[in-house]
Each structure stands twice: as structure tokens, then as C-alpha cells.
Design a protein around this ligand. Structure first.
Ligand SMILES: *Cc1c(COP(=O)(O)O)cnc(C)c1O
Length: 355
């Protein structure tokens, strides 16, 4: 039976991306050696990083003056690196979920933190709007897509202070105005690559403004200077990212990814809204195109496990919701096909008929 991978992360990747990465793990560039056993400084590997950086810049229209980095540590290490490198006295955070809260917690180790707004009052089911940004803060941190709660901020905010965004789960799903950000980061394992690499897009002249000493590995300037090669970078995940960037380019670039994301999301949300059994958890104006969260209506709540078993028996993988939300979550990253979301909605329709 065909399986449809709705995992939230690590998550679905295009088949050809996985095959190209697997092939390089057996024989890299016809060298007779595996990608796993060559030096990251080998002359064959540098072009991999160079092309990945160039494709990042091309696909996201990144202006001059920005560096693209590939680091270790995951988005979670960025929660600490961001305040280390940017927080002198005070930082502003928009609290839209678990990941945003974790980012905020790290910043509190370095200085004063102002929460500009929070949707914790309604279990993070919406994105707060019209909040005030303190002009005396060093930066504003936002999480553009809340992977767990299925909410998304699909616009590039105008901020009077440097804007920093965690885009772990929606990078490459819509065109960005990168010039509005001082820094964008994310773990690769949602919409870019396999687990193990973290991407950072950083405006070079926004760095070097804090007075504290920064440990070498945690200093963005180290990695900017050394082109992500200060120490051994995660070579296989970078190679995998390159294959996916090539895939995005070959398939119409980021605008095409956005169009597909909208089509997929419309199919699933329409079914949630139509279906007698289900209800969406996110407020309509805050719905994510990447992580679609829904639950059974109160009167059908006892069917939760049964629906999961039913969906699993039809080939749906990873649709169980996060424990903080319950119910179901269909993560629809770039590699998810229209066929996949139609299989899911067919499954929901069939289940409705049974009850
Ligand atoms: C998954 C996720 C993280 C954590 O990423 P790690 O790479 O596991 O540290 C942070 N932020 C968001 C929005 C995520 O979806």
C-alpha cells in the first residue's frame, strides 16, 4: 500500500532527493568513496556548499550583505546564539507557541525580555496582531510557523528594530522579503533536508554590536568568516539540502512551492470545515499552510484512536496531533503531493460515512 508521510519533522522529502543523497553515500561524484568518508575540505565538497549557498540566495532573492550559514545544533541552539550575539540590554519576543516560549526562555539568560504579545491565553490557536514593538529593544524575535499549533504568520512584518525569525517549518514555502530581517534560522528537518543541519541567513552588518565576549563556536561572525567551515560541518545533511534546493528550482522555485502549499491546504481545510466529525483548532485567519491541525468534535471525541487506526490502515503516516493540542495534524511540506492530501480527505469522508 502506498504510504503518505504527514510527519511534522523529520518529515517528507522528494524521492529523488533521497535517492541522490543515498547514491552519494555509496559513491560521491564517481570518486569511489562515500560522501561519509571524504574530507569536508576536499576540493569536491566545497562546490556542494557553494552551490547550496548560491541556490539559497537565488531562490529566496537574498540581497547583498547577507551570509547563508550551515551549522550544527538545531534550531534549539539558535535560541541561545541569537541573544548571545544580539541582546545587549533588552529583547522583544512574540510568543506564539512552545518553540517561541523556548526561544524566549534562553533570551532571559542574557537580559531583559519583553513579550510584545502572546496567544497563550487561547492555547496558541491564533497569531496576535497589532502589538506594539518597543523601539528601545535590541531585536524582535518571531516564530513564523508554529509547527505544533498549526498557526502561521504569512507576512514579513515591518519592524523598527532588527527582526529575527525562526522559520524552521515554513522556509521555502513562500517568497520572502529577506531585507526586512536581520537574521532567519531554522532546523533543516522540516522543509529543507534531513536532520543534522541548521540554516542561518544573517545580515552581516547587524553582527558585532554586543559588548560581551562570545565563545568562538557560538559567534556568528566565526561562521561568516569561515564560510560554515570553521569546524567540520554536517556534510550529508548539507548535500541532502543541496539536492532539495535543486529540486525546488527545477520545479518552479518558491512561488511554485507556495502555489502548491495553498492548493494542498485548501483541500484539507475545506474538508475539515465540511466534515460533520471534525473541527480545525487554529483560528481561520491564522491557519498554517504547512501544519494543519484538527480534532474530532466534542460529540465524537471517543473516536480519536479509532480514526487514527483507520487512517493508518489507509496508508496515512504521522497524522497524530502533538500532545499539547491532541487530535490530528497533517504536516504538508513542499514534497507532499496533491494526491497525498486527497488521499487524506478521502479517508476523512469515508470515516464520516461510517459514523
Ligand atoms: C522543530 C522546531 C524547532 C526545533 O528544532 P531542532 O532543530 O530540533 O532544535 C524550533 N522551532 C520550530 C518552529 C520548529 O518547528
Amino acid at each position: 500500500m502506498k504510504k503518505y508521510n504527514f510527519n511534522a519533522g523529520p518529515s517528507i522529502l522528494p524521492r529523488e532527493v533521497i535517492e541522490a543523497t543515498a547514491a552519494a553515500c555509496l559513491d560521491f561524484n564517481g570518486s569511489g568513496l562515500s560522501l561519509m568518508e571524504i574530507s569536508h575540505r576536499a576540493k569536491d565538497f566545497q562546490p556542494v556548499v557553494d552551490e547550496a549557498v548560491a541556490l539559497f540566495k537565488e531562490l529566496l532573492n537574498i540581497p547583498e550583505g547577507y551570509s547563508v550559514l550551515f551549522l550544527g545544533g538545531g534550531a534549539s541552539l539558535e535560541f541561545c546564539m541569537v541573544p548571545y550575539n544580539f541582546l545587549e540590554k533588552k529583547a522583544a519576543y512574540l510568543n506564539t507557541g512552545v518553540w517561541a516560549t523556548k526561544a524566549e526562555k534562553e533570551a532571559k539568560l542574557f537580559g531583559e525580555v519583553v513579550e510584545v504579545a502572546s496567544s497563550a491565553d487561547k492555547n496558541f490557536t491564533y497569531i496576535p496582531r497589532n502589538f506594539e514593538i518597543p523601539t528601545d529593544a535590541d531585536y524582535l524575535h518571531i516564530t513564523t510557523n508554529n509547527t505544533i499549533y498549526g498557526t502561521e504568520l504569512r507576512e514579513d512584518l515591518d519592524s523598527p528594530i532588527p527582526l529575527i525569525a525562526d522559520m524552521s517549518s515554513d522556509i521555502f514555502s513562500r517568497p520572502l522579503d529577506v531585507s526586512k530581517y536581520a537574521l532567519i534560522y531554522g532546523g533543516a528537518q522540516k522543509n529543507l533536508s534531513m536532520a543534522g543541519v541548521t540554516f542561518v541567513i544573517v545580515k552581516e552588518d547587524a553582527l558585532g554590536k554586543v559588548s560581551r565576549p562570545i565563545p568562538t563556536m557560538l559567534n556568528y561572525q566565526t561562521h561568516v568568516k569561515k564560510g560554515s567551515m570553521f569546524n567540520t560541518p554536517p556534510v550529508v545533511p548539507i548535500y541532502c539540502a543541496l539536492q532539495n534546493l535543486r529540486y525546488i528550482k527545477a520545479n518552479g522555485g518558491v512561488p511554485a512551492m507556495e502555489k502548491l502549499a495553498k492548493e494542498r491546504a485548501e483541500i484539507v481545510y475545506n474538508e475539515i470545515d465540511r466534515n460533520r466529525l471534525f473541527v480545525g483548532t487554529a483560528q481561520e485567519d491564522s491557519r498554517s499552510l504547512m501544519n494543519i491541525t484538527f480534532v474530532l468534535k466534542d460529540e465524537y471525541k471517543e473516536l480519536e484512536k479509532d480514526f487514527l487506526d483507520f487512517a493508518t490502515s489507509k496508508g496515512m503516516v504521522g497524522v497524530k496531533g502533538h500532545r499539547d493540542v491532541g487530535g490530528f495534524r497533517a504536516s504538508c511540506y513542499n514534497a507532499m503531493s496533491i494526491e497525498g492530501v486527497k488521499a487524506l480527505t478521502a479517508c476523512m469522508q469515508e470515516y464520516e460515512k461510517m459514523h
